[in-house]
Design a protein around this ligand. Structure first.
Ligand code: 5GP
Length: 191
């Protein structure tokens, strides 16, 4: 008997600020090169450690507006009431069509949009072990000033309340264990 290969699936990883989505994604990137990670477009200025085309495509407002008008985004959102972030549509469709599992690391608003348009996508919520730990991680990474931290924590409260909308919840106590859990949900062989 022959079995047809499973079509590649889209996985959406969401969760509040500083929960470790970026770290888990980076570990997936390092350990599972067969998984394609979408590179979002953003109007946020780059942080010193960020590289154009690797972490984000950094664009100005006019370019983001044009991309919206052209229908270039699978989803996009104003995040933390400040900057816009969007997932370029075509690369996602191309990689899935080529049979490559794809991973999006986006916010709750974006995850809700993808739910409307991409049937068969898998929705995973990365949760902190506790609220106190989330605050500690946000302060600890030191990439935001006090005002921006407050804005991000306000968004985080809203995002945490939406956990039950997701198919799976992973508590990010330890990055390697959370990554293993995500790998298992994505149906990849653990290594
Ligand atoms: P940061 O500024 O810390 O890189 O990201 C802020 C938030 O934007 C994070 O919650 C991240 O998941 C979200 N984000 C990053 N890229 C996208 C995207 O393409 N679409 C949406 N909706 N959110 C995104």
């Amino acid at each position: 008997m022959t079995t047809s290969p499973q079509p590649a699936r889209l996985t959406v990883l969401a969760g509040p600020t500083a929960v470790g989505k970026g770290t888990v994604s980076a570990e997936i990137r390092a350990r599972y090169p067969e998984v394609w990670l979408s590179v979002s477009t953003t109007t946020r200025p780059p942080r010193p450690s960020e590289v154009e085309g690797v972490h984000y495509h950094f664009v100005d407002d006019a370019t983001f507006d044009r991309m919206i008008a052209e229908g270039a985004f699978l989803e996009w959102a104003l995040v933390h009431g400040r900057n816009r972030y969007g997932t370029p549509r075509q690369p996602v469709l191309d990689h899935l069509a080529a049979g490559q599992p794809a991973l999006l690391e986006i916010d709750l608003q974006g995850a809700r949009q993808v739910r409307e348009t991409m049937s068969g996508a898998r929705f995973v919520f990365l949760a902190p072990p506790s609220w106190e730990e989330l605050v500690r991680r946000l302060v600890g990474r030191g990439t935001e000033g006090p005002d921006e931290r407050e804005r991000r924590l306000a968004t985080a409260r809203v995002e945490l309340a939406a956990e039950s909308e997701f198919d799976h919840v992973i508590v990010n106590d330890e990055v390697s264990l959370a990554t293993d859990e995500l790998v298992r949900l994505m149906g990849l062989a653990t290594r």
